[in-house]
Design a protein around this ligand. Structure first.
Ligand SMILES: [Zn+2]
Length: 190
């Protein structure tokens, strides 16, 4: 447990140094060392498997649109087993698409270790891999607390509600999965 915590801090420090727009400043321009969402709320499994890649993708888009320095993540955390990310809106729609893809991946990423997992429903819904689940000593087996039909697929659909009704859009996370470290990578026919 302790070792995991240390790893998360190292990941955060590295990200804050590389991507200065992640830092939060007070009115006097002093930088708060503790970016609360990063240190407190964001699950360490996701911090290992997903966060560095997501920040890299967002950064690339911000550079392209010239929004570095304007864009801020206000909060990013786990809610109902899914990554939720709030920001100040100073970016293109593509940043929201990036966040949506990682939110989708978060469903199937163990919040504890970052390896592929499934949603475990114990009244509290949280994605977990079988190994982390077994360590926690639940009474029922993993197979009974997960939904076999809710498995990872590289392409997913999102319903978008607009003036003309409902529109379904498809998103593909294959390119993200290819860039993940092998131990965190979802099974996919690459
Ligand atoms: Zn795990």
């Amino acid at each position: 447990m302790k070792r995991n915590k240390k790893n998360k801090k190292q990941i955060i420090r590295k990200l804050l140094n590389k991507y200065r727009w992640l830092r939060v400043y007070d009115r006097n321009g002093h930088y708060y060392r503790d970016v609360a969402w990063l240190y407190n709320d964001y699950p360490k499994g996701w911090a290992k498997a997903l966060l560095p890649l997501m920040i890299q993708d967002i950064h690339k888009e911000l550079c392209y649109t010239g929004d570095v320095g304007r864009f801020r993540i206000l909060d990013c955390k786990e809610k109902y087993g899914e990554m939720r990310c709030d920001h100040n809106g100073q970016c293109s729609y593509k940043v929201d698409e990036i966040i949506m893809k990682y939110a989708y991946l978060s469903h199937y990423t163990c919040t504890i270790c970052g390896r592929p997992g499934m949603m475990v429903n114990s009244g509290w819904i949280i994605p977990m891999c079988k190994s982390c689940f077994d360590k926690r000593g639940y009474k029922k087996p993993y197979e009974e607390m997960t939904d076999p039909d809710d498995y990872f697929e590289p392409v997913f659909e999102v319903k978008i509600y607009n003036k003309s009704g409902v529109e379904t859009r498809e998103y593909d996370v294959t390119d993200i999965v290819k860039r993940m470290k092998p131990k965190y990578r979802q099974e996919i026919n690459l």
